[in-house]
Ligand binder design. Sequence first.
Ligand code: SF4
Ligand code: SF4
Ligand code: SF4
Length: 321
Amino acid sequence: MAEKIKIAIYWAAGCGGCDVAILDTNEKILDIAEAADIVLWPIAMDYKYEDLYALEQGSIDVCLFNGAVRTSEQEEMAKALRSRSKIMVAFGACAAWGGIPALANLFEREEIFKSSYLDTQTTINPEKVIPLTKCKVPEGELTLPRFYNRVWTLNQVIDVDYYVPGCPPTPETIWTAIEAIVSGNLPPKGSVIGSLKSLCDTCPKEKTEKKITEFKRPYEVMIDPNKCLLEQGIICCGPVTRDGCGHRCINANMPCRGCYGPSEKVADQGAKLLSAIASIMDVKDEKGAQELAATWEDPAGTVYRFSLAKSLVFDYKKGGE
Ligand code: SF4
Ligand code: SF4
Ligand code: SF4
């Protein structure tokens, strides 16, 4: 048997779904175990910082890093893993484009702390305690990682070799990536390991080039399951999203929210979708455009649901410390 490769799996600002997705490869997990030794996987086993720091530089063949980078601890772990890994993979939408956590980039850190620790109806916090990086207690000084003022994608803090799309990636996508890594049959550095098509390219729903007269949320429409959702006024990110998920949402008559990230050659998923939607709005003048746009709930959270941290247009928190 060929020598096993050494894999590290790490999670940062994410939900843990990407780790669960690796287990969802079902019986393929046995093939993964056959091909690879897992040297670090904190969500699954009791690894400590010293276990990571004890690994030699370059001794990990591939690191699957899921989750975005929100804190100083996550940045430190990303850098420590980078120096010890031959191949660094941004695994899942959060690591690749910021994902759901990056929607917090619409708010300042102070607003997030206020909402989380002071204002929610279920919070009892009369002393108005919020997290501090240092705190003196009778036993000594306690420290916490710094909570940055923005969420970073993995490639905004370290060099990334490959990207695996999805929130989470499907078992098929994961297996394709693992096979490519184990066999060494990898695309050029910087590639997304996935389809070159957009979701619309393979979507089975009928497209007629009908213009939009009104934006609707799915529960407000008797959806025709055979017709394009976008043409029924339901915002769907399919035109700018990478194919490869097996139409998970579309098959349930729910619009795509873009978790497979921008399709090939799309630099800014949200801006491109805004431009695509503007071109099919049935309006005659600016006033009509404004009135139609006003019927759209949460435009930023729709077009940038998974990629706000990589937006070229709205990245107003460049510093983020
Ligand atoms: S990409 Fe999705 S499943 Fe993976 S960590 Fe982020 S939120 Fe969770
Ligand atoms: S916009 Fe959505 S529903 Fe319409 S063809 Fe594209 S993926 Fe399918
Ligand atoms: S349809 Fe869109 S949001 Fe749903 S799983 Fe596929 S890529 Fe992700």
